[in-house]
Design a protein. Structure first.
Length: 413
């Protein structure tokens, strides 16, 4: 066990009881040379209790590796870079864990018009292929099937018209299965005259023996810089629309859909520029809408009620996920655009380049920790924050990253 003296040496606390310095359990470099900052995986993905991340042999090069880090030591179990294009950068965006899809020991990773299947036990390529469409790196799966969307390559340089695809993780075989019912009434208008429709998300849901596809997408509006957003539910098994083209937005039409859909029971949450909108996804009916002062982002939904939001005017909010009613509001919180992590009543997030922790219900600040490379370019905490619960009575683990190192800290609980 750690003695009181050792505990004092592990962290420093200010006069308000806030931890401002903490020794990590481990800290490992993000590149072999450590000269330049390296980008990393923005999502928070664990595979067999190991952290999916990236590593650069040369920090000045975009030719990075996908790696699986041991969460006990930080060491990479394997590194993978069997990419089709030699200069291709491996990138995973923040789609709440849906940047990749794992089925048994197989991992599907997409980048533009290229798909890869990796054996997670060995870090070796099972198959790789150039597809007939350019995707966005957001995919979902049901068993060995996966679902994604993109623009067919033959249309990519002309008309922007996205389709939904279904594939087989085992073989990589894919088929085009569906296209939203785009109206096409405003094609040729505005600053993107060849834009027919863009899919934002396609979420497969199993209902009894049927597979449903919950689809959100946008089209051009009647005025310049104006878009319209819609929600549709399709029964893939029965090949029919359960409802179609339900409006996603409130009174605002100038804007875009941001990020992947969040599901919680019968409720679905989307972001439209500065609007946070809740729908009943089974019916398509709007439940509530909350308008924030500026560009909004969902940080997460915790304890089945507390939805944490962020807007680009540096304000952190907590609202009731059932009603949209505001619970608390914290100004002057300049967040990195990454999802927060929650465990044991504590919200962990990155603000102003620091790793912060607060009690979710009271907002009491517990941690405000800068990195030990805070003065260097991209040396602050900014890439991701995530965690794992503790085992056998031990405290959990918090993982975060700068441009130079990945860190593991002991959680508060």
């Amino acid at each position: 066990m750690t003695s009181c003296k050792e505990r004092i040496n592990l962290e420093k606390v200010d006069e308000n009881g806030v931890v401002f310095q903490k020794k990590p359990i481990w800290k490992v470099p993000t590149s072999s040379d450590g000269i330049n900052p390296a980008n990393g995986v923005i999502g928070n993905i664990f595979i067999q209790n190991a952290l999916l991340s990236t590593f650069n042999e040369n920090s000045a090069s975009l030719a990075n590796h996908l790696c699986l880090q041991n969460t006990e030591t930080g060491e990479c179990k394997w590194r993978w870079r069997d990419v089709i294009r030699p200069t291709e950068e491996i990138m995973l965006h923040n789609y709440q864990g849906h940047e990749v899809y794992q089925y048994q020991n197989l991992l599907l990773y997409q980048y533009g018009p290229r798909n890869y299947c990796i054996n997670v036990e060995t870090g070796t390529t099972v198959w790789k292929k150039t597809t007939g469409y350019s995707g966005v790196g957001l995919c979902y799966g049901l068993g060995a099937q996966y679902f994604t969307f993109g623009t067919p390559i033959e249309l990519y340089k002309g008309i922007w018209e996205q389709f939904i695809y279904r594939g087989d993780v085992l073989t990589g075989k894919e088929e085009k299965i569906l296209m939203p019912n785009y109206s096409r009434k405003h094609v040729g208008l505005g600053i993107t005259p060849f834009h027919v429709g863009s899919i934002n998300d396609v979420r497969p849901v199993v209902e009894g023996k049927d597979t449903l596809l919950l689809i959100t997408y946008t089209e051009l509006g009647s005025e310049r810089n104006e878009y319209e957003a819609y929600l549709s539910l399709y029964n893939l098994t029965q090949q029919k629309w359960l409802y179609d083209r339900k409006s996603l937005w409130g009174g605002r039409k100038v804007g875009v859909l941001n990020g992947a859909v969040r599901l919680r029971g019968d409720k679905m949450y989307t972001i439209t520029s500065n609007e946070v909108v809740c729908h009943n996804w089974r019916t398509g009916d709007r439940v509530w809408i909350k308008v924030l002062p500026s560009f909004a982002e969902i940080q997460g939904i915790f304890e089945d009620r507390y939805m944490v939001l962020y807007d680009s005017m540096s304000t952190l909010y907590c609202v009731d996920a059932d009603t949209g009613e505001q619970i608390w509001k914290l100004p002057n919180e300049t967040l990195s655009y990454t999802s927060s992590y929650y465990a044991g009543g504590i919200l962990y997030y990155l603000s102003k380049g620091r790793l912060r922790a607060r009690e979710l219900k009271t907002t009491k600040l517990l941690w405000d920790i800068p990195s030990d490379t805070d003065g260097k370019l991209d040396g602050h905490f900014w890439v991701f924050v995530t965690g794992l619960p503790g085992k056998d009575g031990e405290k959990g683990r918090i993982f975060t990253r700068t441009g130079y190192h990945t860190y593991c800290f002991e959680a508060i609980k």
